[in-house]
Design a protein around this ligand. Structure first.
Ligand SMILES: Cc1ncc(COP(=O)(O)O)c(C=O)c1O
Length: 440
């Protein structure tokens, strides 16, 4: 992987203070990144402050934010309504060791109203927590132990969730260091967007499979949108074989009002959510069919719930207040507007590929955009591996130098506060980057 020297020099010159402060932090925190998805590129910028769709680094550079705090801030930074709701709740109660009759109730209602597959929900803190609970529920419900997941997908950081091929690691690193080797016994990998291939593997493991967990768009793995026929086949075969179908909508919640399941018209048994739903504070959730969710309900089982889950901060009142304020303004119209802009970006980038006769193309759905440089259109993990990462990262570097903040991995997300003008400017910068780098 080699960065364009002139662009790298430019980046270094304009991010001197970022580098200093990042290195100072690295003395205390491995990677220099307190949390989040990680630092990419040569060195990260570090942020001084942010508002709406803009953020400013400590060197005084301004960026259009297309990373959204690691895919969280759907209404941009420091949204006035969300801030007001959190301040108000902070004055009432932040964390109560009692059933959440107000915030929890309203948040549950907001989710259930937009996702008809949810009959009941339970709150946690991270997407990983929610996926762990969903898997435990599926195991308890079916009495089976294995889960099937897509090759290349990402669902969080527990042992079971980390087993498998991931675009975030080397292809042969299927059980990362520190993960229990036995965890691999419980994980079956199915190909993404290959309905016949996935069905055959599910059928041959059916007696032991508790769940199939799948993202409607493989997000970290390149914003690869699922094909409707593929997702429907997973629904059909899991229904037939009594396997719990879990939609991981931790990221895809934002692709439509009602998430990926609303877009594709498919009803999973359980859904996990996170990121966007907390409005910038940590909230995640698992929800779904009453008969499965009621494994958590003592009253449905003679006074003792078969599965008990605890999460000290799951249902934190200030976080739920932020989530409620966020969801109340994440209307169908807000989704439509974002999606129209993202469709325009995808179509224009595809158009650049055609205009210049290069294998540049865009994937994704809703506000999630992936950019690829590969002869064959990216539809799964093997086609993603053909991506020319060097070209993608260099385009990202030029865009960063032009004031567009993102993960350096070719993934861009729109928020509701990005408008036509910002999109036009971004597309102009994107086309210029192709010339600057001599790629067209
Ligand atoms: C699809 C998906 N599921 C689950 C997770 C895990 O969420 P968290 O980092 O909040 O544990 C992520 C995180 O990026 C994700 O992308």
């Amino acid at each position: 992987m080699k960065f364009n020297e002139a662009q790298l020099e430019k980046y270094r010159a304009r991010t001197v203070r970022s580098k200093e402060l990042w290195q100072r932090t690295k003395a205390y925190i491995p990677t220099g990144h307190a949390g989040g998805m990680g630092a990419f590129g040569e060195h990260p910028i570090v942020v001084d402050h942010a508002k709406g769709c803009w953020l400013w680094d400590v060197d005084g550079n301004r960026y259009l934010d297309l990373r959204l705090g690691d895919w969280v801030l759907i209404h941009g930074h420091s949204d006035d309504d969300i801030r007001g709701a959190v301040y108000e709740q902070m004055g009432k109660a932040v964390q109560v060791g009692a059933p959440e009759w107000d915030m929890g109730y309203r948040m549950a209602q907001l989710l259930i109203e937009r996702m008809p597959s949810l009959e009941k929900v339970r709150f946690f803190v991270s997407g990983t927590d929610a996926n762990l609970c969903a898997i435990r529920l599926a195991r308890g419900f079916t009495g089976r132990s294995k889960i099937a997941r897509s090759v290349g997908g990402y669902h969080g950081t527990s042992d079971t969730l980390l087993v498998g091929r991931s675009v975030l690691r080397a292809p042969d690193d299927e059980v990362p260091l520190g993960v229990q080797s036995q965890a691999a016994d419980d994980v079956v990998q199915i190909p993404y967007n290959d309905a016949d291939g996935a069905e055959a593997i599910i059928r041959s493991n059916a007696a032991e499979l508790a769940a199939v967990i799948i993202e409607p768009v493989m997000t970290a793995a390149g914003m690869v949108e699922g094909q409707a026929g593929y997702l429907q086949r997973l629904r059909d075969v899991t229904t037939e074989l009594g396997i719990v179908l879990i939609f991981d909508e931790v990221v895809t919640f934002s692709v439509a009002y009602g998430g990926g399941q609303a877009h594709f018209g498919i009803t999973p048994d359980l859904t996990t959510m996170g990121k966007v739903i907390g409005g910038g504070l940590p909230v995640s959730a698992v929800g779904g069919r009453t008969d499965i969710m009621d494994l958590l309900e003592p009253d449905a089982h003679g006074g003792v719930a078969p599965i008990s889950v605890m999460a000290t901060f799951g249902g934190n009142s200030a976080s739920l207040a932020a989530g409620i304020a966020c969801l109340e303004k994440l209307t169908p119209e807000a989704h439509e507007r974002m999606n129209r802009l993202a469709d325009r970006i995808r179509a224009t980038i595809d158009g650049f590929g055609q205009k210049y006769g290069v294998p540049l193309h865009a994937t994704g759905l809703g506000n999630l955009i992936g950019v690829h440089w590969a002869e064959q259109r990216v539809v799964d993990d093997p086609t993603l591996r053909n991506d020319d990462r060097e070209k993608i990262q260099n385009i990202n570097l030029v865009l960063d130098n032009e004031g567009y903040y993102q993960t350096f991995t070719g993934l861009f997300l729109l928020s509701t506060v990005i408008g036509e003008q910002e999109v036009d400017a971004f597309l102009g910068a994107f086309e210029r980057a192709l010339h600057t780098l001599g790629y067209v």
